[in-house]
Design a protein around this ligand. Structure first.
Ligand SMILES: [Cu+2]
Length: 581
């Protein structure tokens, strides 16, 4: 599959001296869920097709737990495809086997088999989500994962009257597996989606979809907590509600300093909690809430808009008025390529950084990494005709010009059974082997190398990673996701990162802490984190056109591409085939 990944393994020198976390009086609960992976016929945009679901639900069931709870989720596979489920954003402290990426932390669950995911939610509360982590099954297999604070612990903001998940997705009329398989074969970008969805519904801006519209019914004068989740495969999305301001209070299950805005930007893999204070009186109108993509690259993309409706309930139930007669107001969203908005929005996100919720930003750095993130090419194989970007090449995503090759043994298993030598090497370069003008005129030779390479870090290393977009085959914003860790976004900028000047401007006081960040188009982002979670980190990039891993290894059946052991990085690309994230 088109993906680039880097695995960073964190060595815990003694596995015996694992500290036991102090237990508070709070009684943690074990919560049991059962996920039956089944096919179900679903109709959207007047197309009926069979999709993969959990328990016949689309989107899938909501998982709710409190901080400190243990989750036991038994996944039973009733379909022909292999599957695995990833708990996106969960830190998985010493529970790497439960993270879910197929061929990384586990072999996939085969037809007729089951697997119990067993993990405890430690030190996290907020909105996350779960999704399938093999091939493109996550196009329909996803759902909300809500972590409430421990019992008796309030939110650090107004107690909401109600809480509502708002999950963005992407819908293909074709079978998503066929879409990604074709892209992997030709080396071109996958066909773009036919619609975006809110909670599985495309809404009134699409043909044939007025009945398939998400409606949020609210009362005047109340505060609602909207738990936004971007479960789309490829696209960063702008979102706005007509004539309403929202307050951002959390990102990736970490509280932020609250700020008001009319529009938010959310990358695939990110979550954002918003407070919506409804108007004090019944307004004689209904309001569209709408999302559409933020796009910076050269490839084709789905430029359509999804919408739901915010509908006020009249306090006067006797008036049998018709909602349909009310004026419908529409929000104004930024232009599709509004990088200025994206930059300003990113800069507004700050950690709470108070006594209760400190921002433990590493102030000193043990290990520096500089990664170029971008596209490249692999040769077209077997006398085929390819499509990326020429008929003799296939698009490949790369980090430091190395495109990740997904193994066919789960990496964590290889490590655990002492067979890592034949599965991966630990020589991933900490910086580009051949430096160049990353955002200037691209080099003529765009070929990447392919391999399953990782970096080994001693336990408790404090790490700074600068990720630099490249202009090879087009500069583009690349969302990057780290498994098993949150990181602090200490700096970002445009052009080439300057190690002599840029660190002076870092925010080491209250930078936002999250698990997914966008590398700015034609720019760079610097993150810091403490490598305190033994396991394996994957730095992975998935691009629209990147199909590299497959091109040289026929063992890569499609879709194998997601996942690594334990904590991992994934770099998803907007508009690129990103099977994971
Ligand atoms: Cu994840």
């Amino acid at each position: 599959m088109g993906c680039v990944a880097l695995l960073i393994r964190i060595f815990l020198l003694s596995f015996i001296t694992v500290a036991v976390l102090p237990m508070h009086a709070y009684a943690a609960t074990t919560r049991h869920y059962k996920f039956h992976i089944k096919l179900k016929n679903v109709t959207r945009l007047c197309h009926t097709k069979s999709i993969v679901t959990v328990n016949d639900q689309f989107p899938g069931p909501r998982i709710v737990a409190r901080e400190g709870d243990r989750l036991l989720i038994n996944v039973v596979n009733h379909i022909q495809n292999n599957i695995s489920i990833h708990w996106h954003g969960i830190r998985q402290i010493r529970s790497g086997w439960a993270d879910g990426p197929a061929y990384v932390t586990q072999c996939p669950i085969q037809t007729g088999q089951s697997y119990v995911y067993n993990f405890t939610v430690v030190g996290q509360r907020g909105t996350l989500f779960w999704h399938a982590h093999i091939s493109w099954l996550r196009a329909t297999v996803y759902g909300a994962l809500v972590i409430l604070p421990k019992r008796g612990i309030p939110y650090p903001f107004t107690k909401p009257y109600k809480e509502v998940p708002i999950i963005f997705g992407e819908w293909w009329n074709a079978d998503p597996e066929a879409v990604i398989n074709q892209a992997l074969q030709t080396g071109g970008g996958p066909n773009v989606s036919d619609a975006y969805t809110i909670n599985g519904l495309p809404g009134p801006l699409y043909n044939c979809s007025a009945e398939d519209t998400f409606k949020l019914k609210v009362k005047p004068g109340k505060t609602y907590l909207l738990r936004l989740i971007n479960a789309a495969l490829n696209d960063e999305l702008f979102f706005s509600i007509a004539n309403h301001t929202v307050k951002v209070v959390e990102a990736d299950a970490v509280y932020v300093k609250p700020f008001d805005t009319n529009t938010i930007l959310i990358a695939p893999g990110q979550t954002t909690n918003l407070l919506l204070k409804t108007k004090p009186q019944f307004p004689n109108a209904t309001f569209l809430m709408s999302a559409r993509p933020y796009v910076t690259g050269l490839g084709t993309f789905d430029n359509s808009s999804v919408a739901g409706i915010l509908e006020y309930e009249s306090s006067n139930s006797k008036t049998h008025f018709s909602v349909k007669k009310l004026q419908l107001l529409k929000p104004i969203l930024p232009a599709l390529n509004d990088t200025s908005f994206a930059t300003k929005f990113a800069n507004k996100l700050r950690s709470l950084a108070n006594t209760r919720f400190p921002a433990n930003v590493p102030q000193k750095v043990d290990k520096h990494f500089f990664f170029t993130i971008g596209l490249g090419t692999n040769p077209c194989q077997h006398n085929n005709t390819c499509q990326g970007p020429t008929n003799r090449t296939m698009f490949a995503a790369s980090i430091n010009n190395i495109s990740f090759a997904l193994p066919n043994t789960a990496l964590l298993q290889a490590h655990f059974t002492g067979q890592s030598n034949r599965i991966y090497t630990t020589d991933f370069p900490t910086k580009p082997i051949v430096p160049f003008n990353y955002t200037g005129t691209p080099p003529n030779n765009t070929m990447v190398s392919n391999g399953t390479k990782l970096v080994v870090l001693p336990f408790n290393t404090s790490v700074e990673l600068v990720m630099q977009d490249t202009s090879i085959l087009g500069a583009e914003s690349h969302p990057v996701h780290l498994h098993g860790f949150n990181f602090f976004v200490v700096g970002q900028g445009f052009g080439n990162f300057n190690p002599n000047k840029d660190p002076a401007n870092y925010n080491l006081v209250d930078p936002v802490e999250r698990n997914t960040v966008g590398v700015p188009s034609g720019g760079w982002v610097a993150i810091r984190f403490l490598a305190d979670n033994p396991g394996e980190l994957l730095v992975k990039m998935e691009f629209l056109y990147m199909v590299h891993a497959l091109s040289s290894r026929d063992s890569h059946k499609l879709g194998l591409e997601d996942g690594l052991e334990g904590p991992r990085w994934e770099i998803a690309q907007s508009k690129v085939a990103s099977p994971t994230s």
